[in-house]
Every structure is written in C-alpha cells, then in structure tokens.
Design a binder for this molecule. Structure first.
Ligand code: MN
Ligand code: MN
Length: 304
C-alpha cells in the first residue's frame, strides 16, 4: 500500500476545497427542488441539472441555504479557537448565525439554539426525536480541522459540534460516519475502500441505515436515516461528481441537504477537476471564496 499524503499536501488541499465547494454546489442545486416529489421535478424540469435558484425559498441563482451557511459559521468558530471544536464557541457562532436571519433554519436547530439563549448550556438535551439531519449537514469543518488526529479526538470533536443542536444516537452515528468517510476520501482512498473501512461498524449498530438492499430512496425526509440512504445510493450509482449530484437532488424531498452532503463526499472523492465549470460560475462568488479559504485554513491548522 502506498503511503497516503499528509494533511497539508497539495492533493489533499485540492480535494478539501472541492469538498467544501461540493457542499455549497449541492445545496444551491438541490434547494431549487427542495420538498418537490420526483414526479413534480420531472414535470417542471425534466432532469434538474442547472443552478438556477428559485424553489420554495425563492433563492437567487447560486444562493446557498443553512447547510452551507451553518458550516461556514462553525468553521469560523473552529478557526477562532485555534482548530479546537469548543461547544460554547460553536453554540455562540450558531446563535449569531440565527440572529442574521438565515434564509432557512431547521426546527431542531431553532428549538435548541433558543434553549441555549435561555440556559447558556451549549449541549442540547438528549432526545430520541432529534434524529434530523441538521448536525450531519455541517460536519465538514470538523472533518478538516481534525484530519490526522486520533479516532478518539475526532469522535469527541464530532459530538461537540453535533450536540449543540442534535443530541441523538442515530445523528451521532451518521455524523461520525460522514466525518471519517470524508477524511478517508481526502487522503485519497477510493469509495470502495472508504465504505469498507466504516460501513460495517455503522450498520452493525444501526442496521436501519443500510442502503444497498433497499429500493431507490425517493423523497428523503429530513430524517438522517433517509438522508444517508439517498446520499449513499447516489454516490454508489453515480458516475462522477455531476452525475452523483444530479441523481441525488432529483430524488426531491430534502434535496438541498442530500445535495450538500453528497456534494461534500463527491467533491472529496473526485477532486476539483470534476466540478462542472458552469456550476462554479453560477455559485455565489462570496460563498465560493469563503469555502475555498476556510478549507485551506482548517487543513493548515490540522497539519500543525
Ligand atoms: Mn437548507
Ligand atoms: Mn434541507
């Protein structure tokens, strides 16, 4: 086996930028068809494959939603703390983000940030019901900041950010899986290697997350189980970055979030050359440069 490149290497940095841009591109692409059924998408678009804005949020073309903007807020908090994922700093960053009146916000995120304002405790109460995808959609800055750290340190950081709003075992398992998977892809592992490293332990504890022996997951809700199934089916079947994102968002449902998570993984897997130029041109330029700069800065901290 050839040694994998270190956190600060050029190839890893390029893949990290592609992962962050992929997150934003999947969010911007999917938001147009969020909460539509596949049949409604076919009726309106045939196949939806252009970043055109609109949707129920009436977005500008290239505008992103909470999936990207919460990730960027989290990444800023990690950078401001020297690369550490500090729960109070994360909660304050999310609270400040909520005060900026984001274009969309999940119910669990809102409820637990309102509770944080009242109590000052940056950890949501544990709940069997809080298995939405709101913590899983923003794992990327943690994955970048902890690249190369011990499994225990990565786990602790994953939980620290997730539990600010989602304190739930299934959400935790998915956050952990996504973080470890994107880290492997950033190091240059193939998709098959990455899944073989992490899928077995995930499915042993949460067999409901299996996706290969299931029918095509359409209309994925915000439940993190359906999110992961749609994303992994799209990644498994997709032939490259564009094909994967188009497959995932045309399933409808919570399409901006499945698009964002699939875009993160597909960007890390396929790298910057695979990103369609027309999508990059359409993406909000301020968001694009924040994604690139934050990816580099977080990796540099991880390498120290
Ligand atoms: Mn969103
Ligand atoms: Mn969504």
């Amino acid at each position: 086996m050839t040694p994998l490149p270190a956190a600060g290497s050029g190839a890893t940095t390029a893949r990290a930028e592609a992962a962050y841009l992929g997150l934003a591109l999947g969010d911007a692409l999917g938001a147009t068809v969020e909460f539509m059924t596949p049949r409604e998408i076919v009726h309106h678009f045939g196949v939806h494959r252009e970043i055109v804005g609109g949707g129920w949020l009436k977005l500008r073309p290239g505008q992103v939603t909470d999936d990207t903007s919460m990730s960027l807020a989290l990444g800023e908090a990690i950078l401001a703390n020297g690369g550490s994922v500090v729960p109070l700093a994360c909660a304050e960053a999310f609270d400040a983000w909520m005060r900026r009146k984001p274009v969309d916000i999940g119910n669990t995120v809102r409820r637990n940030l309102v509770a944080f304002r009242q109590t000052g405790v940056p950890v949501a109460p544990s709940s069997d019901h809080d298995a939405g995808n709101g913590a899983a959609m923003r794992v990327l800055p943690v994955a970048l900041a902890t690249l190369g750290q011990s499994p225990a340190a990565v786990s602790a950081a994953v939980q620290a950010q997730a539990h600010v709003t989602h304190n739930n075992a299934v959400s935790d398992a998915v956050c952990q899986f996504l973080t470890l998977a994107v880290q492997d892809l950033l190091r240059g592992c193939s998709l098959a290697e990455t899944l073989s490293h992490h899928l077995g332990s995930l499915l042993a504890v949460h067999p409901e997350l299996s996706f290969r022996d299931r029918p095509r997951r359409e209309n994925p809700s915000g439940w993190v189980v359906e999110t992961l199934q749609a994303v992994l089916q799209g990644l498994d079947d997709g032939d490259g970055f564009e094909d994967c994102l188009v497959d995932v968002v045309n399933r409808g449902g919570d399409a901006d979030t499945t698009g964002a998570i699939a875009g993160m993984l597909a960007g890390a897997l396929h790298g910057p050359q695979a990103i369609p130029r027309r999508w990059l041109k359409a993406l909000d330029p301020g968001v694009a440069s924040q994604c690139r700069e934050q990816a580099r800065a977080l990796l540099q901290m991880a390498a120290r």
